[in-house]
Design a protein around this ligand. Structure first.
Ligand SMILES: N[C@@H](Cc1c[nH]c[nH+]1)C(=O)O
Length: 416
C-alpha cells in the first residue's frame, strides 16, 4: 500500500498524547501562577508581515501557501512576532504590564532539519519595561517550570544580545563573515575560530576581545569579572551592569545553582535587544527553551512596547525522555463504568452527571450492551434496581446516600 505519511512525521499514539497533554498542562498551570493569560494567534499570516519585519525568520525557512485571491500567506513561523503585532494593534486599551502565554504550533523548514516542519511551542510574553525585577521574574518562571517538569539537573544560560553586537560594530566584516563567526562562537569551536579571525581585517585588540567571548562562560561572578576586562565603550559597560542588576535580583529567588552566564550565547532570532537566555538539561545537545528581551520589535508595528519572553519546544521536552516517566506516572482521573437497566436510564444519566462533576471519567452502558464487558475502568456501578450499587471485590454494595458513594470513590481515586 502507498505510504501516506510525510517524511519524518510520526503519528502520535493515544498514550503519547496523554503524556504530551500532561506535560502541557504542567506548563500551563505554572504560567498561570505567575499571572499569565492564554492567547492564540491565527495559523495563517500574510507573508508581507514577515518579509518587511527585520529580525524575523529567514524567508526560505517559512512555509508558504497561496489563498484563493492569490495572496501569499505563511503558516505561523514564530509566535512572538504575531503576538507583538496583535498587542500593538490594541495598545490604546492595555494595562501597563501584560503577561500572555500560548501553546501553539510553529512551522519552519530548514535544510538541517528537513523532517521537522511543525513543532509545538509553549511560551510566555511579558510586555513590560526593561527592569531587573521583570527580567528576573521571567527567568525565574523558566526555572520554576523546568523544576515542575522534573528536571533537576538543568542550567539556565544567560547572555546579552548586545554584547557581541557592540564588538562587531567596531569591525567592518560582511554579513556572511559575521554568520560564520557566530556559528564558531556558538559551537565554541576555538580551533577554527582563531585562524578564521586572523584573516579578517579587524583591529588587534578587538580581535582579542572577540577571541575571549567563547570563554566568558560559567559562574556569573567570574564571568562578570572577566568581561570587565574586555569592555571597550560605555555601551558595553551598561550592558554588563544590566546583567549584574538582574543577577542581583535572581539571587533572592535562591536559584543560583541553576544559573550560568554565557556571553557567547547567540539566539536564533534577530529581534532580541537585551538579556537573552536558553535552558539546557544534561545529555540533550540543544536548548529546550529560548528567550530574551525584544524591546524594539513593537516599534516595527508603530508601537514602542518593551517586552521579554521565552518559549519551550514541547517536542524536545518530550524527547528528553529520561523524564518521561514522571509524566506517565501522573495519575489519570478515576474511571467509572455505570451499567443500567433501560428503565433506570434517566437515574443512571443523572448519577453519571454528578460523578463527572468531580472530574472523573464516566462511561454509561445499558446492561444489554455486552461491549461494556470489554471496557476497562477502575470500578463499576450497577443501576439495575431502585438504588445504585458499587461493585467491590466482586460483591455489590447498595448506597442510599450519594455522598457516601462519592466518599468511597474519592478514596479509590487517591489510592496508589
Ligand atoms: N519566539 C522565540 C522564543 C521567544 C518567545 N519570546 C521571546 N522569545 C523562538 O521561537 O525562539
Amino acid at each position: 500500500m502507498q505510504n501516506y505519511v510525510l517524511d519524518g512525521n510520526k503519528d502520535t499514539s493515544v498514550e503519547d498524547f496523554q503524556i504530551r497533554d500532561n506535560l502541557i498542562n504542567t506548563l500551563k498551570e505554572r504560567f498561570k501562577t505567575y499571572g499569565y493569560k492564554q492567547v492564540r494567534t491565527s495559523t495563517f499570516e500574510y507573508y508581507d508581515l514577515y518579509s518587511t519585519i527585520t529580525g524575523t525568520v529567514s524567508q526560505d525557512d517559512m512555509m508558504k501557501v497561496i489563498d484563493s485571491s492569490g495572496k501569499v500567506l505563511v503558516l505561523r513561523p514564530d509566535v512572538t512576532i504575531p503576538i507583538t503585532r496583535m498587542i500593538a494593534a490594541n495598545q490604546g486599551s492595555l494595562p501597563a504590564d501584560l503577561r500572555l502565554f500560548y501553546v501553539l504550533d510553529v512551522f519552519r523548514q530548514n535544510q538541517e532539519q528537513s523532517d521537522r516542519k511543525e513543532t509545538t511551542q509553549a511560551g510566555v510574553e511579558f510586555f513590560g519595561d526593561d527592569k531587573p525585577e521583570n527580567n528576573a521574574e521571567t527567568i525565574m518562571l523558566a526555572i520554576h517550570t523546568m523544576k515542575d517538569l522534573g528536571f533537576h539537573n538543568f542550567k539556565l544560560e544567560i547572555g546579552h544580545a548586545g554584547f557581541f553586537k557592540e564588538l562587531i560594530k567596531q569591525t567592518s566584516i560582511s554579513p556572511q563573515e559575521l554568520d560564520q563567526l557566530q556559528n564558531l562562537i556558538q559551537s565554541k569551536n576555538i580551533a577554527e575560530m582563531n585562524p578564521f579571525l586572523d584573516q579578517l581585517p579587524i583591529e588587534e585588540d578587538v580581535k582579542s576581545a572577540i577571541r575571549s567571548i567563547p570563554l566568558l562562560y560559567g559562574n556569573p561572578a567570574d564571568v562578570i569579572r572577566q568581561a570587565e576586562t574586555i569592555i571597550r565603550n560605555t555601551e558595553m559597560k551598561d550592558l554588563l551592569s544590566n546583567l549584574v542588576d538582574v543577577y542581583e535580583v535572581l539571587k533572592d529567588y535562591g536559584e543560583e545553582d541553576a544559573l550560568v552566564f554565557n556571553l557567547g550565547l547567540i539566539n536564533n532570532m534577530d529581534y532580541y535587544s537585551g538579556i537573552i537566555f536558553q535552558g539546557f538539561v544534561e545529555h540533550v545537545g540543544k536548548p529546550l527553551l529560548m528567550g530574551g528581551r525584544y524591546d524594539n520589535l513593537g516599534e516595527q508595528f508603530s508601537s514602542p512596547m518593551p517586552a521579554i519572553g521565552f518559549a519551550f519546544e514541547v517536542d524536545d521536552l518530550l524527547n528528553a525522555h529520561d523524564q518521561e516517566k514522571l509524566w506517565k506516572e501522573k495519575k489519570d482521573p478515576l474511571s467509572i463504568l455505570v451499567r443500567y437497566e433501560k428503565d433506570r436510564q434517566k437515574e443512571a444519566f443523572e448519577l453519571a452527571f454528578q460523578l463527572r462533576r468531580n472530574g472523573w471519567q464516566v462511561l454509561t452502558y445499558p446492561t444489554e450492551n455486552t461491549t461494556a464487558e470489554y471496557v476497562s475502568a477502575d470500578c463499576s456501578i450497577h443501576y439495575t434496581g431502585e438504588l445504585p450499587q458499587l461493585e467491590l471485590d466482586g460483591k455489590l454494595e447498595t448506597f442510599t446516600d450519594l455522598k457516601e458513594l462519592q466518599r468511597i470513590l474519592w478514596e479509590m481515586g487517591s489510592e496508589d
